[in-house]
Every structure is written in structure tokens, then in C-alpha cells.
Design a protein around this ligand. Sequence first.
Ligand code: ZN
Length: 390
Amino acid sequence: MRFRDIIGQRDLIEKLIAAVNNGRIPHAQLFWGAEGSGQLALATAYAQYINCRQKVQASSGEDLHGLSADSCGKCPSCLKFQQIAHPDLHFVYPNNADGSRIKKDSQSLDYIDTWRELMLANQGIFSLNEWTEAMNIGTRQPIINVRDCRQILQTLSLKPAEAAFRVVIVWLIEKLDVTTSSILLKTLEEPEPQTVFLLVSENPDRILPTILSRTQMVKVPRIEASDLEAYLQQKGMGAEDAKDLALRSQGNLVEAKLLSGNNETRKNFHESFADWMRLCFKVDMPALVALGERMKDLKGEPIKLFLQSCLNEIRACLLISNGCGQWVLGDAAEKSFWQNFSKFVTNANVRQYYDLFNDAIYQISRNADIPTLFTDLSIKLCRILAAARK
Ligand SMILES: [Zn+2]
């Protein structure tokens, strides 16, 4: 991946280019930012750039999409990086046994083909959830385990095959099994020459402080709405939809992809949410239990998408209750519902809604029983609404 293929992030890329041009290539960096911001894609493009043998400058006349320099994309090193197949590019990512092909004791290398496929199909931007589904490991929790750490050590004990800088990219370092962290710490502390560690994180507050203190932090901001909008249009989306989706997803490409299903789904989701809240308001338990049963038909990803859309509904209501209704996007029916419902979404209780829906999304990824989960959610929502009414 070349820098010019990254969505937005031009200021950050220029800083990375400047550091490399000044000969400052730290041996361990942490690319961190919110999900869907592209930190893995950036780390991969950076790895390609530092190893490119024919870096191009904007002065050469080549279109670098507004950048001052980039990797060439054509030299033998770039070609291998672009195929995620360079012998000195090593990836470590959360994994677990799938129970069929890999019975137990999995490691990153077991899934390298799946990884390559997902990386290339999504330009390096996808969620842990998408990755877990690609590995097909069911409800097993993906982690970076002791075998992965030992594999890194073994790799580093050999000489680099051909690259100027051997690169180890660790995706979601916060998933490192803490009991094995000492192995990695030692390598980070006494780095091998010409070896670069690029750690990638969505939750740096869950990373061990001892690891954090050994890395240089690179904050990856959310993708600007205008950049995401341009990207979605380039992918064939209509101008209006692209603008709407870029704003709704708040620069999170993973969410934008999920929401882009179509407008019809979004409207259905809104109506389902509105009906659900009306039933909670009336504390109509028989109808709420029936609703939970019906939700069974929406399995896996759609149900998660629905719950994520509930978070957007709450966000719209919160903006209205704080007098920022002009930032809310939606049609007349949606806006009218939010206007009414915003009386029950306040700065004091919004955390409760967020925690409820986020927890439900997590439970779904762990294969929770859907009717039970929805009934439980409904009871809690009834309570929040009752308290807000007082
Ligand atoms: Zn090159």
C-alpha cells in the first residue's frame, strides 16, 4: 500500500515522510486511534515507504494525491509489500483455534492466507469483529499468545532476507496475553539492528504501561468527513449518500461500510427503534417479549448493525436535547421522533443508554441468546425511561 492510497490523513503522512527523510526511524512506534481510522493501513504504507528503493517526490511530476513524497509502488520491494508477501514483513494479530483446521495452540502464521485476503480486500481497514469472523473461530476470544511472541523472537534471530528495514506489525497490541508480555518487552528494549516494530492499537489505555513507555506514539486522528465523503464517492456512491454517510459514521470507515447497506435498512432500523422505545415507554411487557422473539430472525451482523444504529438514534436525541439539532441528519419523520424522544435522553443518563447498547453488541458477538438479551435490554430501558420521566 502506498501513502497516496490511504484515505485522508495527509498531515500525519507528511510528518512520517519528514521523519524518514531526516533519518529518524524509531525502532518501535505505536499507531493508535479509533476503530476505522486506518492505523493498520498507515503502518503498512509506512513500512513499504521506508523500504522502497525508488521513492518518488512530488517534484517528479507524478500525481501523489497531494503528498510531497511516496513509495514508488513498482520496485521489487514495493511489489512484495503490496501483495503482503515480503519476506521481511511480519504480521502478528489476535487469533485462536478454529476447532476444525486448527484444534488448539493457534498462532498468527496459521491464518496468514486469511489475513492477506482481508487486508487486500479492505485496504487494511477492518474491525476485530470482521477479522474474528474471517478466522471462523466462533465464540473463542482472539488473543496474541505466547506462541506469537516466541515466533517473533525466532524470526528476529535470523538475518533479514532482503529489506533495508525488517518490519514487525502487531495489530491490536492491547490483545496481547499479559502473561507473555515479558518476551515482547525484552525485544522492544534491546532491539535488533535494522528492525522496526509498528504496534497498532484502538485502545491504548488497555496496553501495558511497560510496553507504552518503550514506543513512540503516533496518534492517528479520525478520517475527516470530507475525505471519507470523497472516498465513498470514488467507490461509486452518490454525492448525497456519501456526504450523509461520512457524517453519520464520524470518520469510521468500518461503520460507514456497515451503514452503507442501503437507505431502506436504515429507515427500517429507525422504525424498529421508534416502535421499541414506545413499547418501553408504556412498559408493555407482552409486546416487548414478542419483539425479542422477532429479533431472532435478524442474526449476527444485522443485529449488531441494528444495535449500532440505536447508538446513533441516542446520539441524535442527545444533540437535540443539548440545543444542537442543526447537526442532526434525517428525514422529517426521524427528526420528529427524535425531537419527542430527546426529552428522555439527557447528559445525566446518556451513559446508561450507551453502556446498555454497547454491552448488548458485545454479548451478540459472544453468541448471546437473542430473545433473552432483548427482553433484558427492554426491562433496563423501561427503567431508564421511567426515571427520566420523573
Ligand atoms: Zn518502491
